[in-house]
Design a protein around this ligand. Structure first.
Ligand code: UD2
Length: 319
């Protein structure tokens, strides 16, 4: 049995990882439930939940000095780019300062750690138009969110180079799947779409607001493939001190995506068109050759991932 710490472990990606790992390992989760939900977690003997913030120095010091972890996944963050623009100082505390504090605590107390994996974001590439994005592509972080993710990621990797702390980072593209919280307007677009279709299927009225003309494209990656990536990155010697794009290498436009779901559910989604969101990136697609070298193969096409999601939300009967 290995010992895991997952910060942000009640959130969408964190809870999927925790539920998978706690079948055969001991998992401690810390989450302040700002976006995550305790009911995302399948409670069992191997899973311990702590409600608290990664910015709480006392709590984090206790956690790191009283336990020995094999692996730490740092997934806690203010995940909304818009939020970071509204509240740059608070975002910085959560998305950057907590990381530096965690690194210091690991350096001091976690001498047997096998790996810290930090969750960075495709946001670091900003609006530089060259596609697909490679890890060594031009970095142009445009928001407090992206600046903090990039700075934290660089610190995480530098702690490997400078102090030998075993670290890696992943740059998530557009992750989707069950348990993604659709409540904020800046939640993942697929969770918002699924929420709309759900209402329509229940005979309620719903309308999807499409920002722009729908020709923008994204590399949507199903959460189970993200788990595959996290496990590969955390256990591979080759990934020490490096960052990895996590996507599928396939982009799809929003328009096409809606057509695919319309067809699956035999529903025509009512769409209200609004102006493009400020700062919206037109196209985003990952080059995943670095991750592939670790043995990664995306197992879900966008349609397969969407189907699974719709089944889990009981919008479709079976696969
Ligand atoms: C993703 C990440 C964000 C950051 C960014 C970096 C998510 C949820 N967000 O933002 O954290 O890393 O990538 O580039 O993964 N849209 C609509 N209607 C809606 C909601 C969204 O039309 O109700 C559009 C939106 O304007 C955008 C696209 O859908 O063009 C995808 O939006 P998103 O918020 O899911 O993700 P993105 O790529 O803006």
């Amino acid at each position: 049995m290995k010992s895991f710490l997952i910060t942000g472990g009640a959130g969408f990606i964190g809870s999927t990882l925790a539920n998978y790992l706690s079948k055969e390992n001991s998992v401690i989760i810390i989450d302040d439930l700002s976006m995550g939900k305790e009911e995302n977690l399948i409670k069992g003997l191997n899973l311990k939940f702590i409600k608290g913030s990664v910015t709480d120095r006392k709590l984090m010091t206790e956690l790191l000095s009283n336990n020995t972890f094999d692996y730490i996944f740092h997934l806690a963050a203010i995940a909304s780019v818009a939020d970071s623009v509204e509240r740059p100082v608070e975002t910085h505390q959560v998305n950057f300062e907590s990381v530096l504090m965690l690194l210091e605590l690991i350096r001091k107390y976690q001498k047997n750690l096998k790996r810290l994996v930090f969750s960075s974001s495709a946001a670091v590439y900003g609006d530089e138009p060259t596609l697909p994005k490679k890890e060594e592509s031009v970095i142009r972080p445009l928001t407090p969110y992206a600046i903090d993710k990039f700075a934290a990621e660089q610190y995480v990797l530098d702690y490997n180079h400078l102090y030998g702390v075993p670290t890696s980072a992943v740059r998530f593209f557009n992750v989707f799947g069950p348990n993604q919280n659709p409540e904020s307007p800046y939640s993942g677009v697929i969770s918002i779409l699924v929420d709309c279709y759900k209402k329509l299927q229940q005979g309620k009225s719903a309308q999807f607001t499409l920002f722009g003309d729908g020709s923008q494209s994204r590399d949507f990656v199903f959460v189970e493939d993200v788990i595959q990536a996290l496990l590969l990155v955390s256990t591979n010697e080759e990934s020490l001190g490096k960052q990895f794009n996590v996507g599928t290498s396939n982009g799809i436009t929003l328009k096409k995506l809606i057509e695919v779901i319309d067809e699956m559910l035999k529903i025509t989604l009512p769409i209200k068109y609004e102006a493009e969101r400020e700062g919206d990136i037109r196209d985003s697609v990952a080059d995943i050759s670095r991750l592939k070298k670790l043995g990664f193969t995306p197992r879900f096409t966008i349609s397969e991932g969407i189907k699974r999601y719709l089944v889990s939300e009981k919008l479709l009967d079976s696969i």
